[in-house]
Design a protein around this ligand. Structure first.
Ligand code: CIR
Length: 366
């Protein structure tokens, strides 16, 4: 243990951008009981083993953010660039809470010239109160989480609005699929990749016991997807074709509303910080709302385009997601950057307004 502490103190000096190390306070650590010290260090392991981490810590129990509040408060303020003395996180899905939206908050992108086959993706993460977070799960916990979710998926499958099926990677599970079928689901962007090559997730304990307890539910029309056993217990994904942002948004909210009451003990939520996720970057709403836009003229100057999009509170990725290259014809994936100290409604309003401004600017390019 002393080893780990000296390593953190070293990283503080060598890697000042590692938020975990920057926020580590030895006297706070000393004030904890020996059991709490163990539990706390478990959260910091990823950043200790990977000094180049940007954040460097993960919550490993549903109440870690509250239990280690003095530390996580600083991490969250630092990463999300918020002052929690002045700003409180609030979850709010109603678009009526947002000013300056079109009548009845109908967020129709066809007004900006987007085609009817445009695809909108929204995802959020949820963790169950009854299990440790993925970083501290045993193999049996992972298997039990998947079994616990079985009842919920059965209900969704028998509901005509959803139907579809569950695919499991767990050997011996009744819905087990072979590797070729799994790879096809990954190719179709329905299932997540093996996380074992992500060094941060390995050090965090999140990717262990692959492929046990991993799987995904896919609705008949493929618009509602629930991943089991990735970075969070659940990732709930809504994918809708069409120009009305409301469709993807409402579909996501409905999937959450139908799922949560079916789960023993419900989802982990912090009074102060909102939706609890493994990674501090996702806490609050865990909501990522994105769209693929073609902005070839703006993307001729990628650096300026990125800075402009950033100034609107949005991030740009390649069309294949995080760390992928920009697509041909200036095709990019854009999404509001904030997840914390912002409401769900504001995230979607930011996306809508951002798309409008970006496309106007694209139109002005010669
Ligand atoms: C890190 O701290 O760099 C890794 N644990 C990954 C954090 C993930 N997300 C991010 O930086 N946006």
């Amino acid at each position: 243990m002393a080893d780990k502490i000296s390593k953190i103190l070293e990283i503080k000096k060598t890697h000042p951008s590692n938020i975990m190390a920057a926020c580590f306070d030895a006297s706070y650590y000393e004030s904890l009981t020996p059991d709490s010290q163990d539990r706390f260090l478990k959260c910091l392991n990823s950043g200790i083993e990977n000094p180049d981490s940007q954040v460097g810590c993960y919550a490993c129990q549903p109440d870690d953010y509250d239990a280690f509040r003095p530390f996580f408060l600083n991490v969250l303020q630092s990463y999300h660039k918020v002052d929690l003395l002045k700003t409180k996180h609030v979850n709010e899905w109603s678009l009526d809470s947002e000013p300056d939206l079109p009548e009845n908050a109908q967020l129709d992108l066809s007004k900006f010239g987007l085609p009817p086959d445009i695809s909108i993706r929204m995802r959020t993460g949820r963790n169950l109160n009854q299990f440790p977070l993925p970083g501290s799960m045993t193999k049996q916990d992972r298997i039990n989480l998947e079994l616990e979710m079985g009842g919920t998926f059965k209900k969704l499958i028998s509901n005509p609005k959803y139907g579809g099926q569950y695919y499991s990677l767990t050997p011996g599970h009744p819905s087990f699929i072979e590797n070729d079928q799994y790879l096809k689901l990954v190719e179709d962007h329905l299932m997540f990749k093996d996380m074992s090559s992500d060094t941060y997730l390995v050090s965090a304990g999140i990717s262990q016991d692959w492929p046990f307890g991993r799987g995904c539910y896919v609705s008949e029309d493929r618009s509602t997807i629930i991943w089991v056993g990735e970075e969070d217990h659940l990732r709930i994904i809504s994918m809708k074709k069409g120009t009305l942002l409301n469709n993807a948004y409402n579909n996501l909210k409905e999937a959450l509303d139908i799922t949560e009451p079916l789960i023993n003990g419900g989802f982990a939520h912090s009074k102060e910080f909102g939706v609890v996720t493994s990674c501090p970057t996702n806490i609050g709403t865990a909501l990522r709302a994105s769209i693929h836009l073609k902005i070839p003229k703006l993307m001729e100057n990628e650096k300026d385009a990125k800075a402009f999009i950033k100034s609107l509170g949005m991030s740009v990725r390649g069309k294949g997601g995080e760390h992928t290259a920009m697509g041909a014809d200036g095709l990019v994936d854009i999404s509001p950057s904030s997840r914390f100290c912002i409401t769900e409604a504001r995230i979607v309003a930011t996306l809508y307004k951002g798309i409008k401004t970006i496309l106007e600017k694209e139109g002005e390019q010669t």
